[in-house]
Write a protein that binds this ligand. Sequence first.
Ligand code: NAD
Length: 469
Amino acid sequence: MQARLLIDGALVNGANTIDVINPATGKSFATAARADETQALAAIAAAKRAFAGWAALSFKERAAKVSELAEAIEARKDQFARLLTEEVGKPLVEAGFEVAETVDALRFFAKQDLAPKVLHDDEEELIVEQRYPQGVVAAITPWNFPLALLSYKIGAALVAGNSVISKPAPTTPLTTLLLGEIAADIFPAGVFQTLVDQNDLGPLLTSHPDIAHVSFTGSTPTGKKVLASAADTLKRFTLELGGNDAAIVLDDIDIETMAPKIFFAAFINAGQVCFATKRVYAPRAMVDELAAALAKLANEAVVGDGLEQGTTIGPIQNKMQYDKVLGFIQSAKDEGGTFLAGGEAIEGDGYFIRPTIVTGLSHGARLVREEQFGPVLPILPYDSIDEAVQWANEMEYGLGGIIWTGDVERGAEVASRIQTGTIWVNRHLVLPKDVPFGGAKQSGIGVQNGIEGIEDFTQRRVLNVKKTI
Ligand code: NAD
């Protein structure tokens, strides 16, 4: 049986199918429906039809439906978590966190409101900023957090009154399709739909005149294609793209205390996190000790099938990314890196790579300059804070980053010089729902979460009334 698409209120088979691979085994474990162009066009038409009725409901009425979706996901949280582990590879505990995050996000959006803002109100005039929905939103997601990243989009877009077509990455379609199955009983036909492709329907969605907004999370190269494709119809868009986050370690840290935190920030979800630490800068005198502490943690990590208890690092999600990460390891070898841990794949059918710690690379090395998106971490020395800040800022990316320090004030001062959308001090991945996040430079345009994340899915209308006739 194939996991089905949700189009115009009906759960339907695809024109084709996709074999879904469990990255821990390298073998297919499920079949997903794959839509063709005709089904994609049918979904766009249904979303357009559904839009007017959905937009006409009050914010509260729509929010109640989004709350219902949160409840329904929570009621099946174990099923969602297992499916996430099977399709993404992440340890079951991390999958459980992702499901909880998804439910939380939907509940957050359901509790907000988009009240009009009175800008001028006196005897002469009334000027009010109103917000109304944009239309059909295409929500395009990557494979590392297929559920949580989708919830940021659909929660905000749906409460704001848009209809949504969700398109997951072809290697992780199942949790999105399960969400569609649940949504079929909650939303009116066409308000929320799911399409699965083989990386071939994106351009149709991002260029179609009846799509009002493209909310895209994925790599920077694909994001640029989305931007170009959306230009012709001047679509609204949100781009959450790649990153090459730096962690700057200040000379006042206690290595033993901080090393596990630095390690976790780099290796959570096997490093396949947009906000993962992808390069570490440490004072020259501390590099060896820090790298040794990180290497010890890498050697102690339990790499394996996320369904097995005790696994701390799962596989790389797909074969293409696995080959790419191995290419980064090779490049670090070619460029004279010293490997203190890992540096190779684990024999077998799954896409496992040992957590890898590398020193001795120059700032120009490929592993330092490009986004590896995998469990391979370079540690680099700096001689002054100015130098570390300059290197952190030098990249085309500007997503996140972390300052690790024993002196919070000093940490905040250094952090305030980093050109990214989010910069943490002594913590990582803390993304409260009421706080917007987004990328600087080539890490993205627009924000998700916060009230701004909802406003991004609306059109501002200024109502301007002269009170005297
Ligand atoms: P990707 O760009 O290859 O794919 C993302 C999505 O885009 C998939 O659904 C894919 O099918 C679709 N797609 C492919 N070609 C398209 C096209 N021409 N038009 C429209 N859509 C198209 O990214 P990925 O490899 O799945 O994800 C990893 C990347 O995502 C990393 O760079 C990571 O940093 C980034 N990411 C960013 C964030 C963030 O919030 N900034 C979050 C997670 C991941």
